[in-house]
Design a protein around this ligand. Sequence first.
Ligand code: NOJ
Length: 522
Amino acid sequence: MSWWHSAVIYQVYVRSFADGNGDGVGDLAGVRDRLGHLVDLGVDALWITPFYTSPMADGGYDVADYRAVDPLFGDLAEAEALIADAHRLGLRVIVDIVPNHTSAQHPWFVEALSAGPGSRARERYIFRDGVGDRPPNDWESVFGGPAWTRVPDGQWYLHLFDPAQPDLNWRNPEVHAEFADVLRFWLDRGVDGVRIDVAHGMVKADGLPDAGRTGQSALLGSAELPYFDQDGVHEIYREWRKILDSYPGERIGLAEAWAPSAGRLALYLRPDELHQAFNFHYVKAEWSAAQFRTVIEESLDAVARVGAPCTWVLSNHDIVRHVTRYGGGETGLRRARAAALLTLALPGSVYVYQGEELGLPEVTDLPDEVLADPQWRRSGYTERGRDGCRVPIPWSGGEPPFGFGASSWLPQPADWARLTVAAQRPDPESTLSLYRAALRLRRELPAAPLRWAETGPDVLAFHRGTGFTCTVNFGSAPVTMPRPGRLLLTSTARSEFGGTGRTVTLPPDSAAWWTEPAPSPS
Ligand code: NOJ
């Protein structure tokens, strides 16, 4: 089996992971210093979010030079040293490629603005004339407001995100050639894979037809839109797969693709396309046995049809942290720990977002003046944006910045003192200890498909092979069921699991891993 079929991959959001140079912003030196944490945790690889030259209008997802490291994060030598350090420690490295748009400060866009309508430079982007004084169509930016901005000569350019992120024209061969070269640049530096930003967005419907509705960003990943998940994107991935395959070792392509169904998402995983695609339908499931069962079944069925593994994810730097999504406070944490055991028991690969191994909640009370996400401004200060899941990691000590650096670009809550890596490491009941144990045991799980066991409405239970069972009680009351074997690992204190010899009482909002087949009824 290939490494990426079952790998646990840790997402490093660089600016919030660890600050090596003391300026309050995380950087590549900080990541190098803290690689030991990832080895100790037991992950197989890390995905590092963009660290390239950028004016940082969208946290680095606005790239001005794809082959250079922004001084905020380090330099190219530091990136190469990080890749080498990680490899020495047995960790694979995935970097982020942002091909849907560049920064408005990218030399291509600067040239496009000065070259004027009809020029070759404008052909690299999506410039159009408006309709009278109105934009060329009704498309809305994911961050709010129209997806078009007018330039002084009267034309409009498309930006599905911030105006500082103009969309590239993927019908232009020059754009294909440039990104093939960017891919090779990083593959030549030894990276084991690329995460493709907005992988569903690069090709727009012919003629740029109206979407015909408002509130388009709320439809992301659930409805068809003329600028997302168009069939034409798959040609790009066939081209990229050939590049990935031309390198030694198993280099992978990973799609950040929001597709309206599990079946549409699976198309990105056909054998001549990409290796992985984040399963965002799983993220959208609410804390209920029925919703989780449906999304797990649909996801596994869809990928089976193209012969690919599933890629599970609970949180990332764009989504409210799952402790908070599942209710927040002690209940949210309890459910998040159960969700972790469930997710890590599923067949496929799992992404862990930095801080989820510490049980970090979303920070919901950041002061307005520190908010940096363009969503805040673009929504007319109605959507607070994604900074609450990007608060820097607490490493050690009793007060902020908790060993992150000399300061931190977003303030950390004072009560994170009990959530630091240093505080959790020696505590066998901590979330960090749970993740470490789960990642260690996960390596021994049978590489077998999932088989459901029938249970009551609030419980999910499934076997992998003959020797392993995972149970999850999503309900708020204890549930008694036949004992599936011997307890291996529990998301909450073992003493909460009651029952007699043949039965077990599963505590509310809990998961457990079991080994050995259940005793046969006499
Ligand atoms: C997805 C990234 O994860 C997000 O952070 C970014 O804002 C958009 N793509 C635009 O690049």
